[in-house]
Design a protein around this ligand. Sequence first.
Ligand code: BG6
Length: 471
Amino acid sequence: MNSRFPKNFLWGASSSAFQIEGAWDEDAKGMTVADYNSFQRSAIQADSKVASDFYHHWKEDIALMKELGMQIYRFSLSWARMIPDGDGAVNPAGIAFYRQVIDELLDNGIEPVVTLYHFDLPYALVEKYNGWEDRRCVRAFERYARLCFETFGDKVKYWQAINEQNLMIRVNERMNIRETDAWKADKIRAQMDYHMFLAHALAVSACHEMVKGGKIGPAVSASCTYPLTNKPQDIWAARMNDCMKAVYCLDMHYYGEYPGYYMRYLKERGIVPAMREADQEILKAGRMDYIALNYYRTLCASFLPADPGHPAGMRVFRTNEVDFDQYGCCRDEKNENLKASEYGAQIDPMGLRLVLNDYYSRYRLPMMITENGLGSPDVLTGDGKVHDSYRIDYLREHLNACAEALEDGVELIGYSPWSFLDLLSSHQGFRKRYGLVYVNREDMDLKDMKRIKKDSFYWYQKVIRTNGEDW
Ligand code: BG6
C-alpha cells in the first residue's frame, strides 16, 4: 500500500506553555493573563501553577516524544518567562530553560515549531498599559520576538507569532477586557485586534530579517460554518460567520488590510481603531509565509433579522453564541447530521477537508495543522492503561480528511494534533483531556504526575512509523 502522505510530511504533536509548564513563578517568571485567569478558578479546578509540570519533567517528556516518533514538536514560549515584566529586563533563567528544551529536542531528532504567544500576555503589561489597547504593547512584542529570533533563530525554522488571535480577541477574559458596556468593550477590542495585527506583521518582518530560512505565520482557529437551510440568508449568515471569525484575520496577515465588509462593520459600529499612516507599510511588509491551522469542529448557522434587541450593525464577539453582522445576525444551530463530543463540539472530519481547501484556494500558501484533537474525560484502568478508542477514531477520521485534502491539491506540510500530553484545559482543567500521554493527576489532587501512554499513543506511533500507511 502506498502512503497518501508525502515523504517529507511532518508528524508531530502540540502543547502550549501555560497549559503544560507549571512553575508559574519559578526562576523569576512573571505572572501572565493566562495565569491570572486560571487562578480565578483555583478553588474549583486545576490552575497553571503546576499544570502538567513540564518544567520539571521536560527530559522525560522529550524521551516520550522520541519514542512516539515525533518529527516536530509544536509548543509555545512563555513571554513572561523570557521577559518577566513584558518589556523590561531579560530573564537568563527563562532563556536557559528554553535553550535546554530546544537542544534536547534537536538531539532527539525532533524539530521545534515555536509559537511566541499563546494566550499568555505578561500581566505586567496589563497593569502598565492595559495590554494590547496601548501601542507600547506592540513594540514590547516586537522586542520579545526579536529576542527569540536572536536566541533561537539558528535552531528553529518554523514560527507562529500569535496563537488564535481570531479566537482570543472575542473572549474578554483572554484579552483582559473588563469593560461592561458592550460598545465600549467592542471599541477596546477593535483597537487591541489592530495592535495585534501590527505586532504580528512586525514579528514576521523581524523573522525574515533575522532567521535564515525562517518561516512564520499565524496559528488560526479555523472556522467552518454550514447554513441551516438553503435559504440565501442562511447561506449569507454562515459565510459571514466564517469571514468575521477567521477570514478577515487571514486577509490582514496576507494583504495587510481589512477586507471591505470588515471595514464596513468597524465604521457602522463606530469603532474604527486609531491607525497611523506608516502602519500601512508595516502591515503589508509582514505577509505570512504559511498558515498554522487549529481545527476542532464545525458550526451551523441560521439568519436572524435585526430587531431592537440586537440592532443591525452590532456584533457580539462570542464563540458559540449569537454573532451579528451588518444585515441582522447569525444564530448558532445544532447540526443534526453530526455527532458531538461529550463537551458539545460537533465532530466533523469533512469540515477539515473543506477549510483546508478553502484557505488554500484563497492564499495558495502551505499549511500545517498545529491543533486537532478530542477533549474527553479519559479513565485510567486498574491495570494502568487508558483505552481511548474514541480519540483514535477521531484522529483517524481527521487524518483521512487530511489525505483527501492532499489529493485535492492542498499543500499540507504537517500534522500536529492537540495534544502531546494531558494539559490544562481552560474551562475544564484536567477533567477534559486531549493528550496521547496521560498525566496522572486530577484537578484537586496532584497524585504522582506519572506519564502513562494511552492506546492512542501506540496507534499514532504506528501512523508515524508508516508515514500514514497504517492507521
Ligand atoms: C485551542 C487553544 O483553541 O483550543 C488551546 O489553542 C486549547 O489552547 C484548545 O486548549 C482546546 O480548548 P479547551 O478549551 O478545550 O482547552
